[in-house]
Design a protein around this ligand. Structure first.
Ligand SMILES: *Cc1c(COP(=O)(O)O)cnc(C)c1O
Length: 368
């Protein structure tokens, strides 16, 4: 049996006629940048996230960059960000001229630990970027309180957390703004790059929109120098179609996560995902910690099962951050995770038989 890590064509085929019609409508309209399809998606996505404003941008990396620009982070400032994440949540800090300050993560939930975070706040700190990783909400309430006390902006990286919830509120609704990615393999994916920023702050939304559009909201208006980062009409129309299915797809991911948990429980060589209390984990990834991880990965590959590692190296140890001279003992959890973490296939178009097969092969690897 073959179990690919993801299968984007399977999702397309499940809604092909709707997608094809929507795309043809854009092509016939001749409207590719801006327009009703983009503003319609922004409105619906904001509504679905319980937010007042949504600004479509070119991708989530740009969304994070533009958020930092709009809140006025620059040279001399520090921004605190997790050591364990995709590089976007760190590289944008340097891109605005500020200094990334890494913080280690919680060993059970893989999101920033409040205790570690508190220790990293200096007089230079201006903002915190929290990442809701793998579909799991960060334990964000104490972080919100800390940011209020210290006068820090709080940006939520929700690239892996569409419809993730904590205590009944969606990810992206706790801080200054939330940034989402619509990269094709994310839980809500376009057919190319795309992203957005959500916020309840009207002025901030407008400023980010200006930043993303050469400093203006209208043609030939340039209040300041900005850049070009927009969600285009073709991607917006694809997202409009897919947004209607997102709850159904998310529920399927959650059901498959439970299926994995039930069948893998009791294997002492594995640490299964922990779910934060009062939260909805949307399982962008199903991540385990595994003894003999590399051998397990190779074994599964031989059985036709594709797995990935998110991430092979924690950010402070990447060549890109050599200039900060970090050592493994400063980020012990991240240093350990990079050796043991493994992502198993999880997406709505998988079959239960495929997941059973993955579990069976993992059991056979450990001789159980
Ligand atoms: C994918 C991802 C991003 C970047 O998204 P793009 O749209 O590809 O720029 C940022 N942060 C995290 C945590 C991600 O997983």
């Amino acid at each position: 049996m073959k179990v690919p890590f993801f299968d984007l064509t399977a999702q397309y085929h499940s809604i092909k006629s709707e997608i094809d019609t929507a795309i043809a409508t854009v092509l016939e309209s001749g409207y590719f940048i801006g327009g009703n399809l983009v503003s319609g998606f922004e409105r619906d996505f904001a509504l679905n996230c319980g937010m007042k404003h949504c600004v479509g941008v070119g991708n989530a990396t740009d969304g994070l960059f533009l958020s930092l620009k709009a809140i006025g982070v620059g040279p001399g400032d520090e921004v605190i960000t997790p050591a364990w994440s995709w590089i976007s949540s760190a590289e944008v800090i340097s891109q605005v001229g500020a200094k990334p300050v890494f913080v280690d993560v919680d060993p059970h939930f893989y999101t920033v630990s409040i205790k570690e975070l508190k220790a990293k706040v200096t007089d230079k700190a201006k903002a915190v970027i929290v990442v809701h990783l793998y579909g799991q909400a960060a334990d964000i309430k104490p972080i919100v309180t800390l940011c209020k006390d210290k006068g820090l902006f709080l940006i939520e990286d929700c690239a892996q957390a569409h419809f993730t919830e904590l205590e009944g509120s969606k990810a992206g609704s706790f801080g200054t703004c939330g940034v989402f990615s619509f990269y094709p393999t994310k839980n809500l994916g376009a057919f190319g790059d795309g992203g957005c920023v959500t916020t309840n702050d009207r002025e901030l939304a407008e400023l980010i929109r200006r930043w993303a559009n050469h400093g203006g909201l209208e043609k030939d208006e340039h209040l300041f120098e900005g850049t070009n980062s927009r969600l285009d009409a073709l991607q917006a129309t694809v997202l409009n179609v897919k947004l209607k299915y997102l709850t159904k797809w998310t529920n399927q991911r959650i059901a498959y996560a439970k299926h994995y948990q039930d069948r893998l429980t009791g294997i002492t060589e594995l640490v299964l995902p922990a779910i934060l209390a009062k939260s909805v984990h949307t399982f962008h990834q199903f991540v385990v910690q595994a003894n003999h991880r590399d051998n397990l990965k190779a074994y599964l590959e031989k059985q036709g099962i594709q797995t990935l590692i998110h991430y092979p190296k924690a950010l402070p140890f990447e060549p890109a951050y050599q200039y900060l001279h970090h050592t493994e003992d400063q980020f012990p959890v991240s240093a350990q995770l990079q050796k043991s973490i493994l992502s198993l296939p999880i997406y709505p178009e998988l079959s239960e038989e495929q997941i059973d097969y993955v579990c069976e092969m993992i059991r056979s690897f450990y001789g159980r």
